[in-house]
Design a protein around this ligand. Structure first.
Ligand code: ATP
Ligand code: BTN
Length: 359
């Protein structure tokens, strides 16, 4: 399949472009300003009955998870205004270097997963530097088949496809490099107090603000391709986050994070990801080690590693040039590689349910 045919193929396959979904998307775009819009105005606009509009709004409530208020004589409005993703604003907000590195920017409404979409696109020959953002993911993924909560119209769900001549074996440090890129971009926007938990979670006061999922395909000796997927919470209600089984937070609760434009944020993180992917191909993780250690929230602290077998207790002594975690146990240091390993501060309940509720 030729590259340019690929998104057309996806349009059919994902049903994101069906006329009903399009109408729902247009209704949400209209309501995004947070003001009242009458059923009559919408019915006229779309050339359908007011009952048809009411049905679409019901779906928007039930399937898209958006709170829509109806007031007699005034019409409908969203509980809060939304800043929907805008391809032009994001493209223009990229740094000049990132603009050169980006080959394509795709904005989707609701899809299963931006990572899945770019993994398929990569297998079909899509060029390096292709990015995909979505308003909502119906099957957003974390590591090991875990779910990433991805409601409509807020937060960032972003994936980037990158091709390397390097073999898969040389990419182990990449996951740490991209985490650092995300923290850098937040700091450049004036956000403070965020840091990293090995290998690449972005936390604020031990609560998860963002996560990264890297998926790799190709040959051990090269070439290889990587899809890096970022989920970054900007505004997540207690109800939307109720199923998340570890402490979490959104940018609105972090110092300096409340009033950042969503499109500006998307441009900033995408710029850093593009630049990091390129820099890593040239220099690897070595030049980033010191900076990573400065942002490492657990450096020198007592931690527990969950590997599937017995939990391992030790003191976190940073990372090595391959991105492995260095753990001091009884005076000697062992290197642990990513994959199936999870790090938690000692005294927390590990990967188990913590039951944090936010109000
Ligand atoms: P690690 O093993 O490196 O600590 P993790 O458990 O933090 O990883 P994953 O293994 O990738 O992360 O699994 C995703 C986890 O992220 C879910 O199990 C859930 O606890 C959490 N999660 C899901 N959606 C969100 C979200 N929107 N914001 C914060 N956390 C989320
Ligand atoms: C983690 O839990 O640490 C990784 C979460 C990664 C979530 C993002 S959202 C965009 C991209 N698409 C996915 O399905 N997952 C990643």
């Amino acid at each position: 399949m030729r590259e340019n045919d690929y998104w057309e193929y996806l349009g059919d396959a994902t049903l994101t472009t069906s006329s009903t979904t399009q109408m729902q998307y247009q209704i949400v775009t209209l309501l995004a300003d947070g003001s009242f819009h009458s059923g009559e105005e919408m019915a006229e606009m779309f050339g359908v009955s007011r009952t048809a509009i009411w049905k679409q709004l019901k779906t928007i409530r039930e399937q898209w998870g958006l709170e829509v208020f109806a007031v007699r004589g005034k019409g409908y409005r969203l509980a809060q205004s939304l800043e929907l993703l805008d391809q032009e604003k994001i493209g223009q907000g990229l740094t000049p270097t990132a603009q050169k590195l980006l080959s394509r920017l795709k904005i989707e409404g609701c899809i299963d997963s931006t990572n899945s979409q770019l993994m398929d696109a990569g297998a079909a020959g899509m060029a390096s530097g292709c990015a995909c953002l979505a308003e909502q993911q119906s099957a957003g993924r974390g590591r090991r088949g875990r779910k990433w909560v991805s409601p409509f119209g807020s937060n960032i769900y972003l994936s980037l496809l990158w091709r390397y001549s390097l073999g898969i074996a040389h990419l182990s440090g990449l996951s740490l490099a991209v985490g650092l890129g995300v923290v850098r971009s937040l700091e450049l926007l004036g956000v403070s107090g965020v840091g990293l938990k090995w290998p690449n979670d972005v936390l604020y006061q031990d609560q998860k603000l963002a996560g990264l999922l890297l998926e790799v395909a190709g040959e051990q000796g090269g070439p290889s391709r990587v899809v890096v997927g970022l989920g970054l919470n900007t505004s997540l209600s207690g109800r939307q986050g109720a199923d998340i089984d570890q402490p979490w937070i959104d940018l609105a609760q972090v110092p300096g994070g409340r009033s950042i434009s969503r499109n500006h944020l998307a441009a900033a993180v995408l710029s850093q990801l593009l630049e990091t992917m390129e820099q890593f191909g040239r220099d690897g993780l070595a030049p980033l080690l010191q900076e990573w250690h400065r942002r490492d929230l657990y450096y020198g602290r007592a931690v527990t590693l969950y590997t599937g077998a017995q939990p391992i207790e030790g003191i976190h002594r940073g990372i090595d040039i391959t991105g492995a975690l260095l753990l001091e146990e009884n005076g000697s240091i062992t290197a642990y590689h990513g994959g199936e390993v999870s790090l938690r501060p000692s005294g927390s309940s590990g990967g188990a349910v913590i039951g944090l509720k936010r109000v």
